[in-house]
Write a protein that binds this ligand. Structure first.
Ligand code: 2AM
Length: 178
């Protein structure tokens, strides 16, 4: 059997913003609200590929390298909780069109090459807490973090010694925002 890797395309968050979000999270949620995601792992998934073969990975990398799309400003100014998966998330009140286009393209390419894509609408989000199975109070509006999204990346998700780790495999630039 050929080996597979668990892969996803995502937008990285700049390290200073990761740190600010983690501080805000600590100030805004009780410690028992859920399992916090460490700062360095905060990201926004564009397309989840699941377990991909080496040849699928190679094809999707090549296709990603051909994407010519302008960057955009990502403004994280929304938060919420999905009780069923037990996730507390950060998102965008109004997702930039460039973000939706990029995710749609990557998801379409993934689907075309056999990576199952959920039929649920894409809801861009940064997972903040997992195992948040009891309702938590979401901080009132007023918070936001903005940054220019000028590249996107492919990551491998690894589970080692009881911990999840994301390994950056490759990044591709987005053209300067218009
Ligand atoms: P999540 O944060 O909402 O769980 C690595 O696991 C990344 O891929 C995470 O951002 C995770 O989203 C996403 N992911 C994991 N499984 C997924 C699935 N079945 N469908 C869509 N995204 C998934």
């Amino acid at each position: 059997m050929s080996s597979t890797r668990r892969l996803f395309f995502a937008l990285a968050l700049p390290a200073p913003i990761q740190r600010q979000i983690v501080q805000w999270r600590a100030d805004s949620f009780p410690p028992d609200a859920g399992r916090p995601i460490v700062a360095a792992r905060l990201h926004l998934t564009l397309a989840f590929l699941g377990e991909a073969s080496a040849s699928t990975e190679q094809t999707l990398r090549r296709r990603a390298g051909r994407i010519r799309q302008a960057g955009f400003t990502l403004r994280l100014d929304d938060a919420g909780q999905w009780l069923r998966p037990g996730v507390v998330w950060l998102g965008c009140r109004r997702a930039p069109r460039g973000l939706l286009q990029l995710a749609e393209l990557l998801r379409a390419q993934a689907a075309r090459h056999g990576c199952y894509q959920s039929p649920q609408p894409f809801h861009p989000h940064v997972t903040l807490l997992r195992s948040a199975i009891r309702p938590v109070a979401i901080p009132p509006a007023g918070f936001h973090w903005s940054f220019p999204a000028d590249h996107f990346s492919l990551y491998q998700s690894l589970y080692e010694n009881g911990r999840t780790r994301y390994q950056l495999l490759e990044s591709w630039p987005l053209a300067p925002a218009p």
